[in-house]
Design a binder for this molecule. Structure first.
Ligand code: AMP
Ligand code: GLY
Length: 424
């Protein structure tokens, strides 16, 4: 079977490695993939946003199943375009991907269907937004409506900061057109949990929960990043919380999307906050999370291709989706300076006997045929074990064995999760 995965980061590397456990896959392509993914798939230099190019390639190659992983092509309608020429896909159609593509859409969906989330108001008029802020309690959260490379959220500690954020989004358009509509919402507190779920619009199967570490530096200091590490499962996601989320968030979201004529098929990502008043949705994503996928998929015991094909056919109910007991930890190794300025082109050395998975996010093959750094987040070292403590220990014991110049990684991935375990 000929399969292609659209995207080129650590998440896509994890998806490809997991898919390849199925021996029926004879040819695996990554568009565009990267220098590390090249060890596991044929990388084709077609950008993940190039819908026309991707469709043409898929037709020419006779691709039999496609996985569209990143947010941009999903929101732009790549799945619609592939399905229109008869190529079955894993991923939501454009009309369902809007659940991530527009924060206003997702907030209004939650309000209409009573799904618990932060209180909010939507503004298209800057003066009205500024007036509203005169009275709003602080801290307050300002969000640009559209995709903004994960940066469209500003948590303002004071009213002045909040007004500055509104002006920068609506007047200076720092996030481009995304800032023509904004959401101002209540600041919530509590531990955050990521839950990825397979759904075909009829069945909802949450995967093992996880915890992201978004800040650049230890102790959750420094700038926000795409994610510096993850652990699974997330100890704050207890059985009781999971049950409540299923009843008040996951199933209602699936039904709401159906009722809106926007059936969601694919991986729906719930960014949750476990507040003192119960779980609340912070955000939806229309795709696998990065680097959540890097800890979730290694724990999947069932066959990923079978699940993805069942989702695409609307037959998720009929296939097993089982996860191992135990835990996983991913330590992201980044280029020093990320998420600010950094330099690249350094050789990445991975020992042959590494006792962990190594998913490459920012690596390319140079003129000498060597794998060198090419991005801010370079790779993720992932270990699985019987307990979280063991998975964290193992991940770090292997991370120190992977080397490149200017490497930087957090030393405290899993620390908060382990402390939570001890409280209980
Ligand atoms: P997002 O880009 O929507 O994932 O938001 C980035 C981060 O901002 C989240 O992971 C939260 O840590 C934080 N955040 C977003 N919305 C809120 C909120 N209403 N209250 C508190 N923190 C929030
Ligand atoms: N790790 C957060 C995300 O994928 O959006």
């Amino acid at each position: 079977m000929k399969v292609m995965v659209v995207g080129g980061g650590g998440r896509e590397h994890a998806i490809i490695k997991s898919l390849k456990k199925n021996p029926e896959i004879t040819e695996m392509y990554a568009l565009p993939g990267n220098g590390g993914i090249a060890a596991d798939a044929v990388c084709v230099n077609i950008g993940a946003k190039d819908i026309e190019g991707v469709v043409k390639f898929a037709q020419e190659k006779g691709i039999e199943f496609a996985v569209v992983a990143p947010d941009d092509p999903l929101v732009m309608g790549m799945v619609d375009a592939l399905e229109a020429v008869g190529i079955p896909c894993f991923g939501p159609e454009r009309k369902a991907a809007i659940i991530e593509g527009s924060k206003v859409f997702s907030k209004e969906l939650m309000r209409k269907y009573g799904i618990p989330t932060a209180e909010y108001e939507v503004f298209t008029d800057m003066d009205k937004a500024l007036m509203y802020l005169e009275e709003a309690p602080v801290p307050v959260v300002i969000k640009a409506d559209g995709l903004a490379l994960g940066k469209g959220v500003i948590i303002a500690q004071t009213r002045d900061e909040a007004k500055k954020a509104v002006r920068s989004m609506m007047e200076d358009r720092i996030f481009g057109e995304s800032g023509s509509r904004i959401v101002i919402e209540e600041f919530l507190t509590g531990p955050e949990v990521s839950v990825l779920a397979f759904t075909d619009g009829k069945t909802m199967v949450p995967m093992v929960s996880s915890m992201d570490h978004k800040r650049a530096l230890d102790n959750d200091e420094g700038l926000n990043t795409g994610g510096m590490g993850t652990v699974a499962p997330n100890p704050y996601y207890t059985k009781d919380v999971a049950r409540e989320c299923m009843d008040t968030i996951f199933i209602p979201t699936m039904k709401a999307m159906n009722a809106e004529g926007r059936t969601f098929k694919g991986c729906l990502y719930f960014g949750l906050m476990i507040t003192p008043k119960g779980p609340r949705v912070i955000e939806y994503n229309c795709r696998f999370g990065d680097p959540e996928t890097q800890v979730v998929l290694p724990m999947l015991k069932s066959d990923l291709l079978t699940i993805m094909m069942a989702v695409s056919k609307g037959e998720l109910e009929s296939v097993p989706v089982e996860f191992m007991d135990g835990a996983a930890c991913c330590v992201v190794m980044a280029s020093k300076g990320y998420p600010g300025k950094y330099t690249t082109g350094y050789e990445i050395k991975i020992p042959d006997d590494l006792d962990a998975e190594c998913y490459i996010a920012g690596g390319k093959i140079n003129e000498d045929g060597k794998l060198v750094t090419s991005g801010g987040r370079v790779l993720g070292v992932v270990a699985t074990a019987g307990t979280l403590e063991e998975a964290v220990r193992k991940a770090y014991s292997q991370t120190v064995r992977v080397t490149f110049e200017n490497a930087y990684y957090r030393k405290d991935i899993g620390k908060r999760a382990l402390a939570a375990g001890k409280d209980e």
